[in-house]
Design a binder for this molecule. Structure first.
Ligand SMILES: [Zn+2]
Length: 300
């Protein structure tokens, strides 16, 4: 593991890790049809429709979540043979560190049913912070969500040290929505421009501060012993991603109208609130802490 990248040789744009997230998939199709949009002089840009079977079926996945199929031990486990297991192995064989055409940077496009606007998710490696800071400097509405490196270990981007995941929303699963499509497209173009500037040595360390949302943990829906839902996201919290949630404020509403409040000790900033794909994961929302980072370094 290294935190330093000397020059980018190859970048990979990925969409359709989840087959029902159409905006990224159609943005990728556009890039494939118009390669001049993603061609840059100093590095090669590759594209990948990650889960074509799930896209054909307009489903998140066929057998299991592809974005939880990249654990190192699973990639080496020959007995794992679901569609997504095999697909993960193929993708790692092509683009992973020891692959045929290893990539230096992955830009992984998703969408969310939560009201997260334009979000870039990455870890706090300095290169990645610089990349997302650049994206935010061009578009201040970009939210930066930082995951601990351990959290990413089973996701597709974990096969590469550098890059970010893009989430746009709110958009329903299986739905193309022009504003999300255009925001996704612009963000990818800007990210590729950043990589080009980086290779040319044109990136100056940002000395201004950067607002990030750091992952703290997840909260499940209230459930009974048989695992049945006992409450919904409270209407006052629905679509309030990135807004402060203080102790004592409404979090859930039971079916007979009782409010369940947030009982933590600190004010937190929930994201992925009521994400449709997370019901099966036992996640009603992810909690983050809002932080200001000052004078972070270009590399360490
Ligand atoms: Zn997704």
């Amino acid at each position: 593991m290294t935190n330093i990248i000397h020059s980018i040789q190859r970048a990979l744009i990925v969409a359709g890790v989840h087959g029902n997230e159409l905006n990224g998939i159609y943005a990728l199709k556009k890039f494939v049809q118009h390669p001049d949009l993603i061609r840059r002089n100093s590095f090669e840009t590759l594209t990948l429709l990650a889960n074509p079977k799930a896209f054909a079926a307009v489903r998140r996945y066929i057998d299991q979540d592809l974005n939880r199929s990249f654990r190192k031990s699973d990639l080496q486990d020959l007995t794992r043979s679901s569609y997504e297991d095999i697909r993960a192995k193929e993708i790692n064989y092509l683009f992973g560190a020891n692959g045929k055409t290893p990539v230096d940077v992955i830009l992984d496009i998703h969408s969310t049913t939560a009201n997260m606007g334009l979000t870039v998710i990455t870890n706090d490696r300095p290169f990645n912070l610089q990349l997302v800071a650049y994206l935010q400097s061009l578009k201040p509405a970009v939210n930066i969500y930082i995951l601990p490196k351990s959290k990413e270990s089973s996701s597709l981007p974990s096969i590469c040290e550098f890059g970010c995941t893009i989430e746009v929303g709110a958009v329903a699963q299986g739905v193309l929505q022009a504003d999300c499509f255009q925001q996704t497209e612009a963000l990818i173009i800007n990210a590729l421009n950043y990589l080009e500037k980086y290779n040319r040595g044109e990136i100056l360390p940002f000395d201004n501060s950067l607002t990030i949302y750091r992952h703290l943990g997840t909260i499940d829906y209230p459930k009974n012993e048989s695992g049945e839902l006992q409450a919904m996201i409270h209407p006052q919290l629905q679509f309030q991603d990135y807004q402060p949630l203080a102790p004592g404020q409404p979090m859930f509403l039971t079916f007979d109208g009782q409010t369940i409040t947030y009982e933590g000790e600190l004010t937190v900033y929930p994201v992925f609130i009521n994400e449709a794909a997370y019901y099966e994961k036992g996640i009603a929302m992810c909690l983050t802490q809002k932080q200001l980072i000052h004078n972070y370094q270009l590399s360490d």
